[in-house]
Design a protein around this ligand. Structure first.
Ligand code: SAM
Length: 223
């Protein structure tokens, strides 16, 4: 059965605003409600994919706080800190580690309009020294309360929406799919429109069929 036109339009509208050049890397955040809230913020901000360091045998779990956003934000899991950092740097991301130590800089002093990855740390201990030593910049969000830090998902929201604010001022927010390659756009459009069929195609190793303007699957002609 074909997707309803209204649903297809909604999916396209969301995908049109997704950005591949803004992301987060989350280290050792294990509480499902925090991971879920971070992912929900990523979805709301237009982040296309999020990154998690997930040591062996660990499974990232999400709860109702996510409101299903794990379906709409691609998750990249890395088994080691080194692989996460090197992969993101290879993709051209500048890594902004969030730390509360003295050598950190106020987050408002940076330009987040280029390839930006905010690196977020664990609820109790924050980022590991290994990660801190590898990020490009260390940033903090100034606070004036009695409590020493913000909740990690709140920090993620403040930073992501600062990036959105800066991009908006410079007219850099995508609105017609410019934030993704055409191949990535079409692939994701199919997966979001027809998740079950997409999984069958993935298992068989076949390429997804194309969709017409109404979201209907174009007939595949086998010669
Ligand atoms: N004691 C930990 C520390 O010193 O980092 C506190 C960890 S905090 C509860 C969890 C995460 O939230 C941090 O690793 C950071 O990613 C983020 N965070 C919390 N408050 C922040 C702030 N004011 N500025 C930047 N990031 C913050």
């Amino acid at each position: 059965m074909s997707i309803l036109p209204r649903r297809f339009d909604r999916i396209k509208n969301v995908l049109n605003c997704r950005m591949k050049n803004l992301t987060v890397l989350v280290e050792a955040v294990n509480k499902p409600h925090n991971l879920s809230a971070i992912l929900r913020t990523c979805d709301a901000a237009g982040v296309f994919e999020a990154n998690f360091i997930c040591e062996k045998d660990e499974v990232k779990t999400f709860n109702s706080t996510a409101q299903g956003s794990q379906k709409w934000v691609k998750l990249n899991n890395y088994e080691t800190k080194i692989s996460a950092v090197s992969e993101l740097k290879k993709k051209g991301f500048k890594l902004y580690g969030t730390t509360l130590n003295k050598s950190s800089t106020d987050y408002r002093n940076f330009d987040y309009t280029g390839n930006t990855c905010f690196v977020l740390g664990a609820e109790k201990w924050g980022l590991s020294n290994e990660i801190i030593s590898k990020v490009d910049e260390s940033i903090f969000i100034p606070m004036s309360g009695m409590v020493q830090s913000l909740n990690v998902s709140v920090a993620a929201s403040i930073l992501l929406f600062e990036a959105i604010r800066q991009r908006n001022i410079k007219n850099l927010l995508p609105f017609d799919g410019e934030g993704l390659s055409n191949e990535e756009y079409q692939k994701t459009l199919f997966e979001w429109s027809y998740p079950e069929i997409a999984s069958v195609y993935r298992k068989s190793g076949e390429k997804y069929p194309t969709l017409n303007q109404y979201g209907e699957i174009n007939q595949i002609i086998n010669n």
